[in-house]
Design a binder for this molecule. Sequence first.
Ligand code: C2O
Length: 562
Amino acid sequence: MKALSSMAKLTFSLVCFILVAPWMASAAIVNHNFTIGTQNVTRLCNTQTIVTVNGQFPGPTIEVQEGDNLVVEVTNSGPYNVTIHWHGVKQLKSCWADGPSYITQCPITPGNKFTYNFTITGQEGTLWWHAHITYLRATVHGALVIKPRTGNDYPFPKPAAEFPIILGEWWNANVEDVIADALARGTVPNDSDAYTINSQPGDFFPCSTNDTIRLLVETGKSYLLRIVNAGMVRGSFFKIAQHNMTVVAMDAVYIKPYTTDVLLINPGNTMDVLITADQQSNRYYFGTRVYFSQPLASAFLNTSATAILEYKDNTNKSTPLLPNFPDFNDTSTAVNFTTSLRGLNSSVPQTVDEEMLITEGLGLVTCTDNSCADNNGVRPVGSFNNISFVYPDIAILQAYYNNISGVFTRDFPSNPPQAFNYTGNVPLGLWSPELGTKVKVLKFNSTVQIVLQNTQIVSFISHPIHLHGHDFYLVGQGFGNYNSQTDPANFNLVNPQMLNTVAVPTGGWAAIRFVANNPGVWLAHCHFESHSSLGFDMVFLTENGPGSSDILPPPPSDLPTC
Ligand code: C2O
């Protein structure tokens, strides 16, 4: 009997060894099915029919290991057109799977399906997925967790547990009506009714207390928070009462660990944050406070979403302590945080082939019909280099791949069409961009530097600019107008952060560098969905390279057409 059991043990350990031995580790295929549908959800005592994935809100967390091939069959059983974007995934030579509607694919229409199939290489940490059409990402989103491949470890001590924390927003309205109504009236979309954490607003909102998110922790242990800002229109400060946080990764790139008591997370960014339960056994609030660098004249939602960090053996049921949040417009706390982060082992391009200066911000255009009678005959727009993007009727990638003309032009300017004092008092004559569907063509493997220059048109706002299909180095940032003579001397070409979304400082600029090594069509846009809906978008087209492996493969056969 004894012999038999040690034999069994030996066999068991041998099997385990074979299954997990590092030299055996190979990438796996990870399959998921997403069914898009609708369901009734109640928040703030208000019931809405919302669009969800697999009936979950937030949607399912997908977990893969670095190197895995992720295959997600998306079935649209809902009433709206939909696409899914894998935010931050580099999609090397799989541009067709990127997901932005009318850029890389036509929407999956109700009753139809499309299978996203791509490999995740060279990225570890937290990313996310979301709908990339109209306002659906308000409810169609979830975390994408990328663990080290078998045999590799985190570059920090293994946490006792990991928690996805998804920051979002809730409307007491159908979000598709919110955006359609704004576009029809020529206004910015109405603000949400609450900020949320894992879809719950927390104790300070009506009908919410019973569902407030609670994280249970044990004294002395460390935990990893995988924070995703899925918010639609605002950045967020994030704090935990009486606890410090150590940021170890951002946008699925490890960074030099940075310990702080406050984070700033913008829509589009993700952060991996270690916390230790090293305070008195008790209950502590954690949560967000909106960061809005310069509000427009209208009122905005200036509140906090909260959740509770609770020590397991805690017996004190009194009201948890609230963190002391920064003010909504505390730009110095915001900038102090973002300028304190540093990358690890970076290989920043030291020289540049393609240099661009791109202004970014809001504007106003005159309506040609009476759709903006409510707004004095003008409507708000967003623009890059004075071009407000007009979405085409068929996907740009399809048009490019099949040589269909008349869908886009290749004349996106590398510099503002007219130089002006971008952050000064901009004359009204410069407030109205041109409308167009222009792309910027990049040579394969060229090193690109872009200075994103915020303009003081309508308002100074720190806009989170997201680039699809690439991570970029954030080599510099500053306030005021970028000076091409003096500012490059202060660039960090040693250990800058690598990101997929950069919040350009309010009334300032940010300089980024990347290598255009990924053939295809790549959207860049303000990750405030309200702004992206107003044409705050642009497109890069990276040409194929000379080698047979530098070419974008053909589209999958089930790619939806328009
Ligand atoms: Cu997170 Cu273009 O998107």
